[in-house]
Write a new protein. Sequence first.
Length: 256
Amino acid sequence: MPRRTKGRPKSSMQGLPEKAYRTIRENILQGRFGLGAAISRRQLALELGMSIIPVSEAFQRLSQEGLIESKPQVGTRIRVPTEANIRDRFVIREALESQAARLFAERASMAERRELREMAASLDALYLERYANPEDSSLVLHVNSQHVRLHMRISECSGSAGLCRLIESNDVLFYNWLFDLVGEQPPVPPHFHSDLIAAISSTDQAAADAAMRSHVRYNLEATIQSMRKVSAQVESSWRLGRKASAKRAKSVSVSR
C-alpha cells in the first residue's frame, strides 16, 4: 500500500511554492518590500504559515527573475539594479516598443485606436489618483498593472505576435514597473499616455516611432539618480555582512 502523507494533502503541498512566490512577488511590486530591503526565508515562512522549503523554492524563482539576490554570510535582499542594468533595460524597451508603435500606426483598426485612447485616458486619471495617494500600495499595484496592459495592447494591435512575445519574454515593462517604485521621481504630465496614443494613432510611422522613444526615455535620468541614492543607502551594510544588515534593515511583513 502507498504510504500516506502526513499533514497537508499532497495537492496543497504542491501549491505552496506557487503561493509563496506569488505573495512575495506581489509585495515587491506593491512596494511593500523596498529595493535593497533584507528578507528572511524563515520569517516569511512563519508569516505565510508554511515550512521554509516552499519559500526557498519561491526565492529560487525570484532570483532567476532578477527580483532578489543572495550573498553568503549576509542574506537575501530585494535586488537593487545598477545604472548599467537600468540603461540596458531602457535600450531594449525603446527598441521593441518603438517598432510596436510604427506597426500600430500602420496596421491598427479604427476600433483599436478608439480602444487605446479610452485606455490611455483612464490610465492618466489613475496616475493623478496615485499621486494624490502615494501610500496606497494597492493603488500602486493597480496603476502599474494598467500601465503594462496599455503597452501590451499596443504591441498586440501591431499585428506581430513575435514582437509581443519578445516584449513579454524580455520583461521590459515589468522592470519599468520596478524602476517606477523608486522614490523622488517627478510625476508624469497629466496627459502623458493620451498624448502618446494620439501620436501613434496617426498614420505617420516616423512620428509614432519618435513619440514612443520620447515616452520611454522620460524620467530615465531621474530614475538613475534615485537608484544611486537607494544603492548608496543599502550597499554599505550589504558589504559588511549579516550583523550590519540586521541593524539597518527595516522590518517588513507580508500582506497575503
